[in-house]
Design a protein around this ligand. Structure first.
Ligand SMILES: CC(C)(COP(=O)([O-])OP(=O)([O-])OC[C@H]1O[C@@H](n2cnc3c(N)ncnc32)[C@H](O)[C@@H]1OP(=O)([O-])[O-])[C@@H](O)C(=O)NCCC(=O)NCCSC(=O)C[C@@](C)(O)CC(=O)[O-]
Length: 418
């Protein structure tokens, strides 16, 4: 049985990496000055710009321009603008939605040069996000959530898992979910399949893409799928063969890429070994999962280096849980290494039932906000993601796990009173 005792032990061991040389975000955040935020009438006359999509469209807007623009459309006075700034709790020095063009130009070589222009976000909320919820979510709510997420511009929404209902009761309605969404357009809807039985059930229900999930640690493999890593690779090879006959794309996951709730630290070579096996059996993409969210850039970078040595970088995705609040920094480090696919979960839902103590995935809203701030294209409408997040959170009765959603909803609440 897995316990959470391994977590503190793990983080002590990992402290070795924490002082490694890593390029900090500080130059960007320090870019805005108090002056930049001062109200003024010149709307576009600023060296800062906004890349956040407030209404589904990315606009070039200065910080002070945004506040003045808000004043003009909402009739806010200066005091109310100050209130919004206060409500955001983001004084100018930390207002990372905006990046400073001049500083960005100066920082190009060390920070921005390797970050991709487009990042594919793989939404895992309906599967990874919900699988850990104790109260069963009605199928209709799951289907509506998937619909809302797909209509936000997300290219991939992982819909459910065809696993044993005894192991994950929350997803026992996989067949019904898949049948309800099989004709949805606008996104791909992969589903998890742990073996041929799951694969066949998924295809029968209309799945057009599947994912297999291995682990880099023996202990987690046994507790999650009740078999060794080698046995799981044999099963996944069977799934991949059947999938290839039907031209069904297979995504591969690797759990515990930096730490395991059973074994503690996981060596990069183990991750690279499993990644190569998944790649060789035909997985078109391999998602590297920090299942318990213990990684920092100090452990993630060496792991990625090892994997990139054996699998083409364009086939890699990263999947961070945010247990220690490290997910965004790990994503940024991964982007800088050239990764361009990021998994995330609306409203930060999630956790693995077989990794006790692990918190949810990084919130999709927070990832989109950061990528917008970096000027990276995602085609995702942040406002629509927030609506989907509100929808599911209201149903679950939890508050949002997204800092971005919390901050931006205060602006919405403020505006709705006017
Ligand atoms: C793999 C098994 C099935 C082995 O489970 P097992 O008990 O070893 O399997 P079994 O072959 O002995 O079968 C036991 C029962 O399950 C049934 N069964 C067998 N297969 C299926 C299937 N596909 N669908 C439905 N039923 C199935 C089978 O028919 C039998 O039913 P019974 O005869 O007792 O009535 C089980 O361990 C399992 O379902 N595990 C899934 C655990 C899981 O879903 N974990 C969460 C997902 S992984 C994750 O979250 C990490 C990730 C991907 O997000 C990345 C990250 O964050 O790191």
């Amino acid at each position: 049985m897995i316990t959470t005792k391994a977590l503190p032990k793990f983080s002590r061991r990992c402290s070795f990496f924490n002082h490694r040389n890593f390029v900090p975000m500080k130059p960007i955040l320090d870019g805005a000055t108090t002056n930049d935020m001062a109200p003024t009438n010149s709307f576009f006359k600023s060296d800062t710009r906004e890349a956040v999509s407030w209404s589904g469209q990315t606009r070039r807007v200065s910080q002070r321009g945004f506040l003045n623009h808000s004043r003009s459309i909402l009739g806010w006075n200066s005091m109310e603008i100050d209130n919004v700034r206060d409500a955001l709790r983001l004084p100018s020095l930390h207002f990372s939605t905006y990046y400073n063009d001049k500083l960005r130009r100066e920082s190009t070589n060390k920070l921005f040069s390797s970050i991709p222009g487009y990042v594919k976000i793989v939404e895992v909320g309906p599967r990874d996000g919900l699988q850990n919820e104790k109260d069963i979510v009605p199928t209709a709510i799951k289907v509506e959530l998937i619909k809302m997420l797909a209509s936000s511009g997300l290219p991939v929404v992982e819909a459910t898992s065809f696993v044993s209902p005894k192991w994950v009761p929350q997803l026992a309605d996989a067949k019904d979910v898949m049948e309800a969404i099989r004709d949805f357009k606008g996104a791909r809807f992969p589903v998890l399949t742990p073996n041929l039985k799951g694969f066949e059930a998924a295809i029968a229900a209309g799945a057009k893409e599947v994912a297999v999930f291995a682990s880099a640690s023996e202990g987690f493999s046994k507790s999650n799928i009740n078999c060794s890593i080698e046995d799981s690779l044999v099963r996944y090879h069977e799934v991949a063969l059947s999938a290839s006959k039907l031209s069904i794309p297979v995504r591969g996951y690797i759990s515990c890429v930096v730490g395991c709730p059973v074994e503690g630290m996981v060596s990069p070579s183990k991750v690279a070994y499993v990644a190569k096996k998944l790649c060789d059996m035909g997985c078109y993409e391999i998602s590297l999962g920090d299942t318990i969210g213990v990684g920092t850039p100090g452990t993630v970078i060496p792991m990625l280096e090892a994997v990139i040595d054996v699998v083409p970088i364009e086939k890699l995705a990263v999947h961070f849980h945010d247990t220690y609040g490290q997910a965004l920094s790990n994503i940024l480090a991964s982007l800088q290494m050239g990764i361009s696919t990021v998994d995330s979960s609306v409203s930060g839902l999630g956790g693995c039932p077989y990794a006790k103590g692990a918190s949810g995935n990084v919130a999709t809203e927070d990832v989109v906000y950061m990528l917008n701030g970096l000027g990276v294209k995602t085609n995702v409408d942040l406002q629509k993601i927030m609506l989907a997040g509100n929808f599911i959170r209201k149903h679950l009765g939890h508050s949002s796990g997204s800092k971005t959603a919390i901050a931006l909803s205060k602006i919405t609440a403020h505006a709705s009173k006017l």
